[in-house]
Design a protein around this ligand. Structure first.
Ligand code: NAD
Length: 496
């Protein structure tokens, strides 16, 4: 059985750990690899190598660092299909969706190739007579990324290319559920010319994350994952005086106005709710119908019923399996609880079977109407292909409802009214808003700006905010004497 290697000081090494976790194909339960939980000594070696390499990497000229990113983007494009194939095997995404997972990561790498202009500081000449002030952005040191299972290419690529382009070294702790994709990403990074020791990969779970959280050499931590884990990482990391950005769970709403284009509403809801088996932090899991718009609900139900999950080799499959049998059990128990709590289950995907794949973690498209705020299916992030509908009378009611929700990752409004769209974008307390766009994930020259319970920290992923997160500003106030200025007497006040 293949054991996933660690990447320490530029070498792929087999861990000496006796504790391993199975990596399984979620469509078949076949164990495709074993991922080791790195030993204390291996963790120390990775941290030490990152610390030592920082001393030399930060001195590499910025255009040279940018060139590594250019090569890397090229290599990722060349290997996009191959990487997507690994995602299909270990996570079960459809081919098209897996290609998208890689592509959205490539876009961040392309963005990281612009690092010289993104790292520019500020200058003001003559802040006082003969005195100039200017600032530089300098890297922090060793940075860490802890990533979730659901985008094994895109999310690691949100993190290490920008951190490394800024001059930091980086330790990646990928999800133990699909570590083969990040392994391939890192091999290609090496091939792109990243020097030995700039990027390390360690594997494991809480035990290995705790070592990183408590390591004084680690200056910043980027985390993406579930709420409880992210809050723990944020609290522990900041208690240890590190910078932390933590991207957490979500419950994303779409508002449907009666003046929206009906066909667009129906098609977009189907894709955004159950696409990727609902395993997206930006999935639309609740639609809020305003007034007459609720008459479209039966058509959405009909369209959702025509969608089915399947294996990635089946071109008709709309989405793949859930990541684990436990995830499937959890989703099915939430469906059962929704029924018990009085929501109307108009489409039930429990007990779903896919011919030829009896052991897959399949959940069929599921839809509830008559959902209320008190129900568990509304309160919890289900992270499965389960779509909820709610009805309100006015746009203001929809805004109030969504603003009461503790999460704030993404939202969208479907309407043909500029006035309604403007009111919504201005008043909604959610960090990423789509207008007739169901999943408004910003491209990398913006930042991924989830709010409220969906984020802890202040600087977000990619874009200018990530450059701020991965750098420190140094401000220099400078004066050069000539004979006349040097001769002026002592200055006893704090004014310049
Ligand atoms: P998870 O929290 O289980 O795991 C994320 C990472 O944390 C993994 O690397 C895992 O090994 C590690 N981890 C798990 N338990 C830990 C613990 N007790 N202590 C320290 N580290 C621990 O998340 P997941 O199931 O892999 O991913 C799904 C979640 O990620 C969903 O909640 C989803 O909404 C969220 N997510 C959020 C965003 C966003 O941008 N807000 C993006 C993608 C996914």
């Amino acid at each position: 059985m293949k054991q996933v290697p660690l990447f320490i000081n530029g070498e792929w090494v087999d861990s000496k750990s006796t504790r391993t976790i199975d990596v399984t194909n979620p469509a078949t339960q076949e164990v495709i690899a074993k991922v080791p939980c790195a030993t204390k000594a291996e963790m120390t070696a990775a941290i030490e190598s990152a610390k030592q390499t920082f001393k030399t990497w930060k001195e590499v000229p910025v255009p040279q660092r940018a060139r590594v990113m250019m090569n890397y983007a090229y290599l990722l494009k060349k290997h996009q299909e191959e990487i997507a194939g690994i995602i299909c095997e270990e996570l079960g995404k459809t081919k098209e969706d897996a290609m998208g997972d890689v592509w959205r990561g490539i876009e961040v790498v392309e963005h990281a190739a612009n690092i010289p202009s993104m790292m520019m500081g500020e200058t003001v000449e003559n802040v006082a007579r003969n005195i100039d002030t200017y600032s530089y952005t300098q890297p922090l040191g060793v940075c860490v990324g802890i990533t979730p299972f659901n985008f094994p290419a895109m999310i690691p690529l949100w993190m290490f290319p920008l951190a490394v382009a800024c001059g930091n070294t980086f330790i990646l702790k990928p999800s133990e559920q699909d570590p083969l994709t990040p392994t391939r990403l890192v091999e290609l990074f090496e091939e792109a010319g990243a020097p030995k020791g700039v990027l390390q990969v360690v594997h494991g779970d809480k035990e290995q994350v705790d070592i990183l959280l408590n390591e004084p050499e680690v200056k910043a931590i980027s985390f993406v994952g579930s709420v409880g884990v992210g809050q723990y990482i944020y609290k522990t990391g900041t208690d240890n005086m590190k910078r932390v950005q933590a991207f957490l769970g979500a419950k994303n709403h779409m508002v449907v106005m009666p003046d929206a284009n009906k066909d667009a509403v129906v098609n977009n809801i189907v894709g955004a709710s159950v696409g990727a088996a609902g395993q997206r932090c930006m999935a639309i899991s609740v639609a809020v119908f305003v007034g007459e718009a609720q008459k479209w609900i039966p058509e959405i139900q009909q369209k959702l019923a025509s969608v089915r999950p399947g294996h990635y080799t089946d071109p008709e499959a709309a989405y793949g399996p859930q990541i684990t049998p436990q995830a499937k059990v959890r989703i099915e128990s939430l469906i059962a609880q929704g029924k018990k709590e009085g929501a109307t289950c108009v489409l039930d995907g429990s007990g779903c079977e896919v011919p030829g794949f009896p052991n897959g973690n399949w959940v069929g498209p599921t839809m509830f109407t008559d959902v209320t705020e008190e129900m568990e299916i509304y309160k919890q992030e289900i992270f499965g292909p389960v779509f909820l509908t709610m009805n309100v009378d006015t746009l203001d009611d929809a805004i109030d409802l969504i603003n009461r929700n503790p999460y704030g990752n993404g939202t969208s409004i479907f309407t043909s009214s500029g006035g309604s769209a403007r009111k919504y974008q201005h008043n909604i307390e959610v960090g990423q808003v789509g207008i007739n766009i169901p999943i408004p994930v910003p491209l990398p020259f913006f930042s991924f700006t989830g709010w409220k319970g969906s984020f802890a920290g202040d600087q977000h992923a990619y874009g200018k905010q990530a450059v701020k997160f991965y750098t420190e500003t140094k401000t220099i106030t400078s004066r050069w004497f000539d004979e006349e200025t040097a001769a002026s007497g002592p200055n006893m006040s704090i004014t310049l």
